[in-house]
Design a protein around this ligand. Sequence first.
Ligand code: F6P
Length: 377
Amino acid sequence: MSTRKRSGHIGVLTSGGDTPGLNAAIRGIGKTASCMGSMQVIGFKDGFRGLMENRSVRLDNQMLSGILTLGGTILGTSRDKPHKMPMGGKSVDMTDVIVENYHKNHLDVLVCLGGGGTIKNAYRLSQSGLNILTLPKTIDNDIVGTDVTFGFDTALGIAVDAIDRLHSTASSHHRIIIVEIMGHRVGWLALGAGLAGGADAILLPEIPYTIDKLAESILERVSRGKRFSIVAVAEGAINREGANKIRAVEKKLEEAEGEKRIELKKQIKELDNEYRGSTIKMAEELEKITGLETRVTILGHLQRGGTPSAADRLLATRLGTSAIDYIRNEQFGNMIAVHGEQTMAVPLQDVAGKINYVPYDHPWIITARNLETSFGD
Ligand code: F6P
């Protein structure tokens, strides 16, 4: 990094679901800016809502001290979108107010720490003329253009620890234990945790399952004398029937326009609600078919809580500190991505609205198949 000093006002906000490592990233931005001497960092509270309401805090050395190891975000977060802000029971486009507050605070750049939804919102704001950078955070690891997102490693560790613990009780009681792991659209967490925790079956949103195939794989284990099974299920896992129905509507959506599009999107949402996140129903079916006692553990927000892992602290600190380089070089309108040991600016337009799904031929999938782990397909 060069030592050229540059004055400037940096705005920072955290938006979307919280993620271990957010505070490490905030600290990285703030401390590096402070070393530059004439840069000031202002944190906005509770995501885009705080910027809209002009609620901010000066991120000086005192604020940044002792936060590296803290989970959550000292700034607070929300899922509010600038163009669809809930206001008095209505959804209102508050983009103009946000643009106004950006200028009122004399910001030279707004750094948004967030996942897929945040990136879409940040991209919209950059189209409204603001200087924007984003850092990729999410436990889901579903952002395209970056090797990895911060938060993923911590959540993975928590899920693996849970599977380890569930193994001993599943074994003692000769049960099937189904562990639901976060990931509504993508299965990186369930796949990684399932593989590292030695799950016998792994169900992902990307690989639709049938209950019969899943039951078959478990009964096959029983025939080999195995008296318990662990099934790692992503929260968005879906059976073949649901996936086929959604795919059919998505096909229509590709050619639809106007009102028809809105109607089809609504249909997809309804099908999503009906078929995804149905782990308990799936467990009941599995118990019925196999005749084996089955229990469900839903890890839920446990996976987002607590202190970040060392790997996430390193990653978030690296991204936060490198943000200052991109600011000094005025490389706005980008997400700062991780590519091996390097960071890289990826245009927001190349990332916004895209999802990093687990590819069918990903080495983790191949590894799991080599171990005869069932995907229920
Ligand atoms: O995007 C992160 C995530 O934890 C997903 O894995 C999960 O589907 C979602 O957020 C839960 O959102 P909320 O915290 O709003 O319930």
